[in-house]
Ligand binder design. Sequence first.
Ligand code: ATP
Ligand code: MG
Length: 634
Amino acid sequence: MTPHHKSHSAQPSTQNKIKAEASLATVVKHLWPYIWPSDRGDLKARVLGALALLFAAKFVTIAVPYSFKWATDMLTEGKTDLPLPVILAGPVALTVVYTALRVSMQFFTQARDALFAAVAMNAVRRIANEVFVHLHQLSLRFHLERKTGGLTRVLERGREAIQQIVRMSMLTGAPTVVEFALILGVFFFQFDWRYALTVIVMIAAYLKFTTIATDWRISIRRNMNESDTDANTKAIDSLLNYETVKYFGAEAREAARYDRSMERYERNSVSSYVSLAVLNSGQGLIFSIGLMVVMILCINGIRNGTNTIGDFVLINAMMIQLYQPLNFMGMVYREIKQAVIDIEMMFDILGQNPEIKDKPDAPALQVDRAAVAFEDVHFAYDPNRQILKGVSFVVPAGRTLAIVGPSGAGKSTLSRLLFRFYAPQKGRITIDGQDIASVTQTSLRDAIGMVPQDTVLFNDTIGYNIRYGRWNATDAEVEEAARSAQIDDFIKSVPNGYKAQVGERGLKLSGGEKQRVAIARTILKSPPILILDEATSALDTFTEREIQVALDRVSQGRTTLVIAHRLSTIINADEILVLDKGEIVERGRHEELLELGGVYRAMWNRQREVDAAQEALRRAAEEEGKSVRVEIEA
Ligand SMILES: Nc1ncnc2c1ncn2[C@@H]1O[C@H](COP(=O)(O)OP(=O)(O)OP(=O)(O)O)[C@@H](O)[C@H]1O
Ligand SMILES: [Mg+2]
């Protein structure tokens, strides 16, 4: 391992290690309400039923070797002190009993598992759902920093781990403890203390070895998980960037990067298998030595007449029977410890406090006329880099305010603050005089329609994506919204129309089409406040005009904040702010700003030149009889 690798993985590992110690209790505490759910009498009944079956199975388990022993004693005719009914029944009947007991042992065990499955799966579902809901509560910041691929893996492994831990502890751990107790009793009373002592020593050695070996394996497994997550993240990231990879002909580089991660995974997986082999062999050795000792003790007993051949058979059968749960015991420890790690990563996420939280008893936003005000807003994503430096403005009810300015000035940031994805460090934002930080997020977001700069769509149909704006909208309303957003012609032109799939993140649609879908769904939502973040990418004049018509229509009568890249679209805005490096450097109406002769005027002139050139090109193309859509970077 290179030093670089080491420094990379050392920190989370040590962190995990410290936590893993104290965490089984925490995990059990966390899980308990799901296994014994107060509101589900049926599930509790299942837990009790499973427990009853558990004890039944274990008593039968002990009875099985006994029937075997009695049959053996009868056949060897060394029997003297057998219970009378046993002698009357004879060896054939005993063998039938033996079979029946074996069958019922298995039946009880399987019935218990089946009964308990509903409890375990209910717990899995409820926790997975809770985590999912929580993920949506966590801030945009969390999601931007977190890798989605890694996150889904954490969820997936956490889910498996819960299933594992619930089943392990309830279906294997508890039964094995019961069986130990029963077997120890038999060894002590049927044989003598030396037998019981041997079993105790053997089990103690076995468990000690198992825990030590398992702890060693856990660190290996943790590295394996980390490299697995890493490889997955790389693969997903690379595939999401499919187009970029092609632009730069970087397939080989991407493959090499992926392969480096997979190589780590390969190495760690091999160690994991090797260590498993070591563990299993060690366990087998310890057990076999214990088995040998009790069998030798028994042979001596037979020689000096205290034991029968049946006892020899009994002790062997019982020990062999013990091997399976004992082996499970190791697995229980292993799996529970591993599951704790996986579950912890999931609980870590559950434990993350949402950065933006509703205040206790926060009232709902009361929207009257929807006047929006920013008052001396300061904001930084990162404390080291101030993005907004005291921005103040008012959007009177029903008016349109436009914000323009160079890329990176902080325009989209303003919209994220109004939507309360982040909270300003200083200053406040109000709607109809109410600070948005003191009302519920739901009511705030209900009042705002957002057409983001880059629209990402759900990997479903166009109709689904439009209807997202208002779930109970009728087909007619969806179509009406599509018409207002100038996208209905496009939808009619594609095969399948509203049922056409848009592809992952909406990649099958062009930027302009995606944006019109976003506009349509916002029209459906019909909020009193509207934020329109114009796409930066240059759209052709035709599409741009279409979108403009759509936007004008939506913004009518609503308080609107337009973030504009195309100045021609905001000539009629009630006020225009020019934002530069987080400060408002100019403000006024279009004509006023032109007269001012500052930044705005310069931007306007430049854009007019571009527009003129674009227009000329279009005309030239039209004259040639072609209707070509010309795109020019602004
Ligand atoms: N999540 C984030 N974490 C850290 N910095 C960010 C984050 N989002 C944006 N920034 C930074 O904040 C600055 C303002 O970003 P913003 O998106 O508001 O710019 P913009 O004015 O909308 O630009 P554009 O015209 O290109 O859309 C940028 O320099 C950007 O790098
Ligand atoms: Mg932006």
